[in-house]
Design a protein. Structure first.
Length: 271
């Protein structure tokens, strides 16, 4: 069974395997990773939905299977290399390949620079940046052996712009993620592997209600202000990121690598 209205031409990822780290959601609704995992499946990929929250990963996998597509869940802390290794080993053992690696894990530790704790800095850099180093160093050999693969990393416009929030480690880690992606893209371009990242702008996802709402008088005020900042008059959604990710992972993007793509409704053009 395919999602209603999805033609074979739109199932660009038929027969492929997508390993999605951060496939759960921190609250009700559609986060970037959850939507991306479902979108990959709707376009034909078998999906391994990975999250540190077992229930969240399972929910995403169950949504995929309820639509007649193929998925299963894994629990993994991306700060632990051995857990990543085990997930990848099981994925390869079950599917014999990994075609898409999607990295969506991230934290936004808040605090003014003068008082920002070193432990918080280390935590955010470990989760936001070093986790991608860990997953890529384990999955890239699989892709090299296949002679083909696509990596999609989720960064942020905070990598290239000051967004107004006091999260110094987030700025630094996302800036590092952009350039790590570029480095991987160029190093592996001749071996059939592409690497790109997406830079979400102001998005209306469960994450902002947990990680950013405290910077405002209320959640309603947060939504109002963030909508007003966007040239299109509204925030984006997890589906905007998911559809960009599916494009970058597909052969429609076969000559695109090393790109840091803003998906932000134009905000980075004026900020």
């Amino acid at each position: 069974m395919r999602k209603e209205g999805m033609t074979m031409e739109q199932r660009r990822l038929e027969g492929r395997v997508a390993l999605v780290f951060g496939a759960g959601s921190v609250g009700a609704g559609w986060g970037n990773g959850k939507a991306a995992a479902v979108q990959y499946a709707r376009e034909g990929a078998r999906v391994i939905a990975v999250d540190v929250n077992e229930a969240a990963a399972r929910e995403t996998a169950e949504i995929i299977t309820s639509e007649g597509n193929v998925a299963w869940s894994e629990t993994c802390d991306v700060t632990v290399q051995e857990q990543i290794d085990a997930v990848v080993e099981r994925a390869v053992g079950r599917c014999e390949r990994i075609d898409i690696l999607h990295n969506n894990v991230g934290l936004t530790g808040m605090g003014a620079f003068e008082t920002f704790e070193e432990s918080l800095w280390d935590r955010d850099m470990n989760v936001n940046l070093k986790s991608v180093y860990r997953t890529c160093r384990r999955v890239l050999p699989v892709m090299v052996k296949q002679g083909k693969g696509a990596i999609v990393n989720i960064s942020s416009i905070a990598a290239i712009r000051y967004t107004g929030y006091p999260y110094p480690a987030y700025y630094a880690s996302k800036g590092g993620l952009n350039q790590l992606t570029v480095g991987i893209a160029l190093e592996f371009a001749g071996r059939g592997i592409r690497a790109n990242c997406i830079m979400p702008g102001m998005m209306d996802t469960p994450h902002i209600y947990k990680g950013i709402a405290g910077q405002y008088a209320s959640s309603d005020e947060m939504v109002r202000q963030r909508n007003a900042l966007c040239p299109m008059g509204r925030m984006g959604t997890g589906w905007d990121i998911a559809k960009a990710a599916a494009f970058l992972a597909s052969d429609d993007a076969q000559y695109i690598t090393g790109v840091c793509l803003p998906v932000d409704g134009g905000i980075s053009c004026r900020t």
